[in-house]
Design a protein around this ligand. Structure first.
Ligand code: S3P
Length: 192
């Protein structure tokens, strides 16, 4: 169930939709396409952190460790949620690890958990590990361990879950749009 939606005809106003889920679940690709479909702004928190800091995520982990990265991630999420207008926000996979970031997520209208089997995640992550130092070594084993730690956290913040295993990006976006339009209609009915 989404929170506090302002729906006007087919458009949405001042709505923050955050995509969460493990590395490789497709948050950035789906988020970019969803934002285009909804005609909203888009932000990828990982990219935004790198641009703001002038350092890659790998460099941030190497110099300041995970703690510095989580500080930057929390600050970037806060900025995105505070920005005026409607935004689709693709969060990094570990956004749920820190309690303060989970608390921030409760301010978003929708938190969509893109959920995938670990084999699917491992296959996708193997195609791009540069910004993912936490899966260095044996990616599948690391993903399995991280998923075990995080599954309950994703569940605790999510307003909706989309199982993405066999889905194309377009299918994922269609499912999210359906969830969102349903919750907008619910909201309009509840507030009219
Ligand atoms: C992380 C996921 C990465 C990136 C960083 C940490 C995680 O983002 O934020 O490497 O802890 O799961 P993606 O989920 O976009 O790969």
């Amino acid at each position: 169930m989404s929170r506090g939606v302002a729906a006007v005809g087919n458009s949405i106003q001042d709505r923050k939709i955050v995509l969460v889920g493990m590395m490789g679940s497709g948050k950035s690709s789906a988020g970019r396409r969803l934002a285009k479909a909804l005609n909203t702004a888009f932000i990828d928190l990982d990219q935004s952190i790198e641009t703001r800091c002038g350092r890659s995520i790998r460099e941030i982990f190497a110099s300041g460790g995970e703690t510095e990265f989580r500080d930057l991630e929390e600050a970037e999420l806060r900025r995105a949620l505070d920005a005026p207008g409607s935004w689709v926000i693709a969060a990094g996979g570990g956004i749920v690890v820190r309690e303060a970031s989970r608390a921030l997520l409760s301010r978003a209208h929708d938190v969509i958990w893109l959920r995938a089997d670990v084999d699917v995640l491992a296959e996708r992550v193997s195609r791009g590990r540069d910004h993912r130092p936490l899966v260095d070594g044996d990616p599948k084993a690391r993903l399995t361990a991280l998923l075990a730690e995080r599954e309950g956290l994703y569940r605790s913040v999510a307003t909706a879950v989309v199982q993405v295993d066999d889905c194309s990006v377009n299918q994922v976006v269609d499912r999210i749009e359906t969830l969102i339009s349903t919750s907008s209609i619910d909201h309009e009915a509840a507030t009219s």
